[in-house]
Design a protein around this ligand. Sequence first.
Ligand SMILES: [Zn+2]
Length: 383
Amino acid sequence: MINETRLRDLLLALCSIDSESREEREVAQHLKRVMEAMGAQVEIDGAGEAVGGNTGNVICRFPATSPDAPPIFLAAHMDTVVPGKGVSPILDGNIIRSNGKTVLGGDDKSGCAIIAEVCQVMTEQNLPHGGIEAVFTICEEVGLLGAKYLDITKLKSKYGLVLDSDDIGFLFTQAPASDKMKWTVYGLEAHAAMAPEQGISAIKIAGEAIAKMTLGRVDGETVANIGSIHGGGPDNVVPNRVTITAEARSLKLDKLDAQTRHMDECFREAAAKYEVSIDGVKKTARVETEIHREYDQMNVSADSTIVKLVLEAARNLHHKVETLSMMGGCDANALNKKGLECANLGTGMRAIHTVNEWLDLRDLNKSASIVLEIVRLNGLVKV
Ligand SMILES: [Zn+2]
């Protein structure tokens, strides 16, 4: 029942509209027009103002036609990563690819297009359904900001589906929590040749701290990475300041806390070893730490309504979907944290966050058929 031509054309249209994070207005307006044309009540919320973007999240509602069925939401994000300016999708048989200069933006225009097509089929076929709430978010790629600022009192649904991953054979039900860290190490400036003993090298402290750290794949559920080091100056000056940024992720909160603590302690221990005495005055190195929880973990039970619906829908279509954990965060992390139970289903997007991004339309169509079946089955549920 999916109209494959219409779905493809909407995806091409959405990809052709640039929408790097905080600049999603044009895509938002396009989706608003598409959804209103099929009878949705559409609202754009205030998340854009909260995060310094040029539009908010687009929330579209279709009232229930099957009064006993519970409402369900479908969510995808409108923003893309950089380089996302001047996107010009190329259609080559069943494949849509970027022109090699930008991302395609199938992440996550594919999710947006699937949601619109499913709503279109539900309404034009008069299939009985509970309330359907389509949510197109902003700023997913820069910290799930649209989902974090989504006012969930605007939604009636208690569960739903996020369409924002690649392989259509996987339903992600678990994802890590993530901490972002920043350390500024303060040493003591001195002439590196005339008075090196009067200096404390911030770079040396940072080097020692990092050398002691467990990084990379810490265990099967935990990873950590130093992303950047900035600091220092002329070669003849003992550097008095360096800034290091890092992240850690884990599927288990206690493991994430332990990893973050471990990384911070490495800096503190390294800094504590350094002090100099100048004219009888003791000078010590010090470290300033900033840690914030970038996002919380997602852990949706196999018994949850949404997981059961997805697996049943896939079975009905003779398609195999497996539940799995991922090591990346997505809007589903933020929405689950707000009490909206949801998992993340693949759309067919490939090689995302690269200029080689592509998508196979056969996967896109299959994913849309599964989502349609999910919404149809949900319309048969009696509460
Ligand atoms: Zn995405």
